[in-house]
Ligand binder design. Sequence first.
Ligand code: AHR
Length: 519
Amino acid sequence: MKISRRGFALSAAAVAAGAPAILRGQQGPLKARLKVDTERVVGDIDPMIYGNFIEHLGRCIDGGIFEEKSPLSDSNGFRKDVLDAVKKLNVTQLRWPGGNFSSNYHWTDGIGARDQRPPRLEMAWGTVESNRFGTHEFLNYVEKTGSQPYICANFGTGTWLEAQQWVEYCNSSEDTAMTRLRKQNGRAEPWKVKLWGLGNEMDGPWQMGHRSAEEYGKFALEGAKLMKWTDPSIKLVAAGSSNYQPGSDWTAWNRTILQYLNQHADYLSLHMYVGNTADDYGDFLANSLLLDQRTKTAEGIIDASLSGQPGNRKIYIAWDEWNVWYRARGNSQRGRRILEEHYNLEDALVVATFLNSFVNHAHIVKMANMAQLVNVIAPIFTNDQGMYLQTIFYPLQLFAMNAKGKSLELFVDSPKYKTPRFDEVPYIDASAAYENGSLVLNVVNRHKTQAIEVDIELEDKQYSGPVAVSEVNGPDIKSENDFGKTTVKTGERTVAADQRRLRYSFPAHSFTQLKVKLV
Ligand code: AHR
């Protein structure tokens, strides 16, 4: 019997196959250990990590959340069935209007009488933008969802003044031309929008108004000054890296822009999409390790940019676009029915590992936005007669509803596997949230075929009462949902725990959330 580098047994078959990506045929049940200490706190989990995103792209807004002529919509044009589903996701902040769209969006086109708003050629995604859904519609929608707004200003073709006046229009209580216009358009009280983006993906050559890091840093700084002088209470999100292509130095972009923005930005925006083009389940499931690495690297860059600076400023990371996105991607994706990914179980597991990563870095990741909310790379999918919940809806919902409070640093001792990109990937991926004496454990078993039996030991507390188990799973890693067919969903049950130790067998290819009271 051969022993792998991490000390677990390889079967003859695995050895003969030259230790393939996923170690198959190991003897006996796979086992792991997990230790929980409620005093080992990583940080407060910011509920804003459960944010989402709507862009004027494909059928996300038009034909997604907003369908004026549909019998399924209310008098505002909001699809009622979609709104109900959105509420179940407990979206804490909603980013709008893009995305790439925002880099040529002139917000004054989207206010005033709907029928008189100018249709404009939309160059990011190749359509015509009607402008029937604008600032008032967005902020009204956000109020209905119980979320808070996050507006991404146009730092592509837009001007400093446009960005400043948008803040003034939304937030000011002074009597000015902008606030008179707001009142004339039916809104007396300011909305007090707290979160504002200083542009989107300005590091990407695909972006309208793309700039070098130096140019963007200088430009964004002047915009940021005007925006904060208009309302000092707002929080600004600098457009950090989205471009990790070979040849583009994503760390240099962040370093340079923070030299300009370290006294004005409150968050550094980062984007990350992953896919399974190689159809390698093990490697695909390991993407959260890359996310961890990028978070740590970005944290170091933020620390360096603040070191030696006056005051006690903090800049946090906002992963304000993240998801699985690879099938409906590329040059063909222009027009109306675009970016319509149909998600399967393995995608849902990747989503759960990303959420674990955000929780595990709760001290620095204080915002995150799944991209996007409806139809476009989204957990909710519609047609003109109804909707269904995609596989990725379920882990997001469980996290957003339950993983709150303090993030705990876990000890995880798990068997591991190797992939083309990663030498050591733990089969068990976990995070923990602790609030008001309740422990929530989020566990992904990445193993494709085997359950893993995990001893979950408490260091400083005892289990009290039953353990509520919610499991997202399905018959196969490629299982999908569809209209009238929910194959992948959350199943619920209850198990008992000893005072100090709980042994739980996590099924193959599953995401499980355990919720239990501790004393
Ligand atoms: O979310 C889809 C697109 O991905 C966004 O418009 C852009 O910011 C990113 O490249």
